[in-house]
Design a protein around this ligand. Structure first.
Ligand code: IMP
Length: 176
């Protein structure tokens, strides 16, 4: 079924059930890896708010969650430049951090986030990303907990937007 978001058509790509099944597996892995570490999960706003909410609820060990906000995307293209718009108040010294990101595209956002967190004294920084576009990535990014590797096409839904719209869709759609 084709849907319209603003002026563009999108078709179903990853179903809500497939997303939830994958998140259950990632949650089990994180539970095992962080059993005694009380990790601080940091969701990257706005896109990761849905994934972060579902992922942390799939993790059974104690954790904390906070959010950071950066900007690099305008309409359908990454500007390649990233700036931090909103910081976090937690002391990161000695903490085990899990960054939660909706999608790694050029990788510019992730490089900046990692740099910011390491310089704030984090003990370890790992990355959970729902989607990864390997063909778009310009930098060397390692994703520790990956949902799905996808082709280099524009997607919306499940937190991801097209010009601010479509974030509330419960599945992921790709441009038609
Ligand atoms: P990067 O810095 O180029 O890796 O861009 C990452 C950010 O761009 C993500 O957190 C998303 O907010 C946004 N983004 C990248 N690809 C898409 C897409 O296909 N649809 C919607 N947003 C995207």
């Amino acid at each position: 079924m084709t849907i319209t978001v603003r002026d563009k058509s999108f078709v179903p790509f990853i179903s809500a059930q497939a997303i939830q099944a994958r998140i259950a597996t990632l949650g089990e892995q994180i539970t095992q890896d962080y059993a005694d570490k009380n990790p601080l999960c940091i969701g990257i706003l706005n896109g990761a708010f849905v994934f972060a909410a579902d992922l942390v609820r799939a993790v059974a060990c104690p954790l904390e969650i906070s959010f950071l906000k950066y900007a690099s995307y305008e309409k359908m293209q990454s500007s390649g430049k990233v700036k931090q718009l909103l910081g976090i108040n937690e002391n990161l010294e000695g903490r085990h951090i899990i960054i939660i990101e909706d999608i790694v595209d050029t990788g510019a956002t992730m490089q900046q986030v990692r740099k910011d967190l390491k310089s704030a004294g984090a003990s370890s920084v790992k990355l959970a990303a729902l989607l990864f576009k390997p063909k778009a990535v310009r930098s060397d990014i390692h994703i520790d907990y990956l949902g799905f590797e996808i082709e280099n096409r524009f997607v919306v839904g499940y937190g991801l937007d097209y010009d601010g719209a479509g974030r509330n869709l419960d599945a992921i759609y790709v441009i038609a």
